[in-house]
Ligand binder design. Structure first.
Ligand SMILES: N[C@@H](CCC(=O)N[C@@H](CS)C(=O)NCC(=O)O)C(=O)O
Length: 214
């Protein structure tokens, strides 16, 4: 079986898929997408994913897009990272993983992604202070929710690392400034340390080739 992940190092969304594959012990290989030169806008890429987004997983011919969908496939295929780590994970536990994944996609990654992009990867003259301020405020509110939850327990769902944690943490491992400081959020900080101490964990730039040297 060949699992190819269309990705690039700077993509926190791709990192969420790559880390799930890695921690579930599913063999995979990266296929670097030249995002910053516009590859996701080409007709060739749109033929693979009409949404024009990374990540895309080609699982032996089965094309999956959206990091949450790829993570769902990882959980189903491996029986791991489901919150209780069995192949018979109850629906309500899986639904809780989905709940956090949607929260992440909309309120954490959905803010952190464009914020980090605008603060780091576009020419300075195109950076808009109002947009940065808006995204930073929304991200701060979402991280306060996450901090409140993690002050009460080690993992977001069940008693173990799950795709819920991987989703919400994805962007928070990146070194480029995007207004997030670990020291401001002690429970998030401790949780990120717990995740990074999980056997097999890798930093995004060790899993996927970055476009810019870091
Ligand atoms: N909700 C999607 C978000 C994917 C996404 O925004 N990917 C970015 C890279 S991090 C992308 O490819 N954007 C292309 C574009 O917006 O043109 C997911 O979780 O997979």
């Amino acid at each position: 079986m060949t699992n190819t992940l269309y990705c690039f190092g700077e993509s926190g969304n791709a990192y969420k898929a790559a880390l799930a594959l890695e921690l579930a012990d599913i063999p995979w290989q990266p296929r670097h997408v030249d995002f910053f030169k516009g590859e996701t806008r080409t007709a060739e890429f749109r033929a693979i994913n009409p949404m024009g987004e990374v990540p895309v997983l080609d699982a032996d011919g089965l094309i999956l897009t959206q990091s949450g969908v790829i993570q769902d496939w990882v959980m189903e295929t491996s029986g791991k990272l489901c919150g209780d780590n069995t192949r018979d994970t109850p629906r309500d536990v899986l639904r809780d993983v989905l709940r956090w994944t949607i929260f992440d996609n909309q309120k954490i990654s959905g803010m952190a992604g464009p914020l980090r992009f605008m603060m780091n990867f576009i020419p300075e003259e195109k950076r808009n202070a109002d947009v940065i301020g808006f995204l930073a405020g929304r991200l701060r509110a979402s991280l306060a929710v996450l901090e409140g939850e993690l002050a009460q327990r080690d993992w977001l769902v069940g008693g173990a690392l799950s795709c819920a944690d991987i989703s919400c943490a994805g962007y928070l491992f990146y070194p480029e400034p995007f207004t997030f400081e670990r020291a401001t959020y002690p429970a998030i900080d401790a949780w990120l340390t717990r995740i990074s101490e999980t056997p097999g964990w890798k930093h995004p730039y060790d899993l996927m080739q970055p476009a810019f040297a870091s």
